[in-house]
Write a protein that binds this ligand. Structure first.
Ligand code: AMP
Ligand code: ZN
Length: 469
């Protein structure tokens, strides 16, 4: 089977590029996953729905995909909030992990090849830090924490377009917090020495064992957030990977720091294609926990809205455009989705339909759209066109819709066809024979009989369409 020729916008080069993975036909793909300290808001879910759509496109185009999604189960926020609730870190993060898994299922997000938990990869993180220390790219500070020296890494800033020489404010500064912004470009923490606030969350790292005496140190502490993703992606996908995704707010500092750590340690380019989804806004402001302008998936479900309607609403915009969330728009999307489900149900109503074929003309257009940096808005418009096209048989329509839905993930396969009672079905089948024999009188009689049971039949050149009156 020939592989599709896809174009993706690469944040690294700021261009749409023709996709060509390192290994022909196979894609190594890492997505930054959730920090499991709370219920994600629906803005966060845009990142995971985007990654899922991207994976579905790759699969549709014939690639084998190895997809890793991490679960950040140790960082500043998980430690802070587990302690606030007086819970052990593991118990606390496992609860939110389970909730996350339920959510992604209800959004029709396919399971990745593997979810990686940060706490399962602490040794791998230590190994990278050790390499960076050896290479002089990292150093121990007076508080015993280990920092990455951004001035020693010549490409620092290449992803976010940051010019280091412009960052004069605090060239010798360091930042221990996991999250910070471009106004705080500084050396960042790889390993954070234990402090009282960390409670019982710590690991003993044996750093500098191969370094001259004086550099050796057993440091009780925990990893910084950024090193987690470098370690998990390398451990599961190798030193060089094809695609790495996240929301645009991950570009700096998280992904910039991942590049510095990974490329600093291996000396090889880390990721070929960096892809980022834009924000979900509320009143033109980013949806976020801190702004308290967020909705969770539960909020939506409590209003009786199907979570898949949110997925559908997002697909109506390209992943690289900002979308402003209003509840009414989501309700509108749900109405439209229900209409599509209805149209689909009717296709199945034809008892003689079956064994349809994917319509080639439509499929070619569909591929053209999704291959253009996931142009889902145009692909969705095409889906409506398929439903409306009277030249296509119901069976072919059904098969074409199911084919497109491999990418959309709107769950058409779970929509049960409108049930036609057995007695009606029998009459329709009988009538099919009379049609073939051109016995019009009998055929009319059968039509009336079908009508009397509350169903109608419409004749097309090659089939009868049955639906409730
Ligand atoms: P976090 O748990 O804060 O690391 O966020 C998880 C993912 O959601 C990251 O990929 C973020 O970039 C993404 N994200 C956070 N807020 C939004 C938003 N309002 N719209 C779209 N993506 C977001
Ligand atoms: Zn990450």
């Amino acid at each position: 089977m020939s592989l599709g020729k896809i174009k993706f916008y690469n944040t690294l080069t700021r261009e749409k590029e023709t996709f060509s993975p390192i290994k022909k036909g196979e894609v190594s793909f890492y997505s930054c996953g959730p920090t499991v300290y709370n219920y994600p808001h629906i803005g966060n879910y845009r990142a995971y729905i985007f990654a899922d759509t991207l994976k579905r496109v790759l699969l549709y185009e014939g690639y084998k995909v190895k997809h890793i999604v991490n679960l950040t189960d140790v960082d500043d926020k998980t430690i802070r909030d587990s302690q606030k609730e007086g819970k052990m870190l593991k118990e606390f993060t496992e609860f939110y992990t389970k909730e996350f898994l339920k959510d992604i299922k209800s959004l029709n997000i396919l399971s990745p090849t593997k979810f990686t938990k940060a706490t399962d990869y602490i040794n791998e993180m230590m190994e990278i830090i050790e390499k960076l220390l050896k290479k002089g790219l990292a150093y121990k500070s007076s508080d015993n924490s280990i920092y990455f020296n951004i001035r020693k890494f010549k490409n620092y800033g290449k992803l976010s377009g940051l010019m280091l020489e412009e960052q004069k404010e605090n060239p010798a500064g360091r930042i221990k917090k996991d999250e910070y912004d471009k106004d705080n470009v500084q050396d960042f923490a790889l390993w954070k020495a234990w402090g009282k606030a960390d409670g019982n969350v710590y690991w003993d790292a044996d750093f500098g064992k191969d370094l001259p005496r004086g550099s050796k140190a057993i440091i009780r502490g925990r990893p910084g957030w950024h090193i987690e993703c470098s370690a998990m992606s390398m451990a599961t996908l190798g030193e060089q990977i094809d695609i790495h995704t996240g929301g645009v707010d991950n570009i700096f500092p998280h992904h910039e720091n991942e590049i510095a750590q990974s490329e600093g340690a291996t000396g090889k380019p880390f990721v070929k294609y960096w892809m980022h989804n834009e924000w979900v806004l509320v009143n033109q402001k980013k949806m976020s926990k801190s702004e308290k302008n967020f909705y969770t998936l539960r909020d939506i479900m409590d209003k009786g809205i199907n979570p898949v309607a949110y997925r559908f609403w997002l697909l109506m915009a390209n992943y690289r455009t900002r979308v402003n969330f209003v509840l009414e728009a989501l309700e509108g999307a749900e109405t439209a989705l229900k209409r599509l489900y209805n149209l689909y149900q009717r296709l199945g109503a034809n008892p003689l339909a079956g064994g349809g074929k994917v319509n080639q003309e439509y499929q070619n257009k569909f591929k053209e759209f999704i291959e253009d940096d996931l142009d889902t808005p145009r692909a969705l418009a095409l889906l409506w066109d398929v439903f409306k096209d009277e030249k296509i048989s119901d069976a072919d329509k059904k098969t074409t819709v199911l084919d497109f839905d491999k990418v959309f993930g709107l769950g058409f396969e779970n929509i049960e066809a409108e049930k036609i009672p057995k007695e009606v079905q029998k009459l329709v089948e009988e009538r099919e024979k009379t049609r073939k024999n051109k016995d019009f009188q009998k055929s009319d009689e059968l039509r009336k009989e079908i009508n009397s049971l509350g169903y109608e039949v419409k004749d097309t050149s090659d089939e009868q369409k049955v639906s409730k009156i």
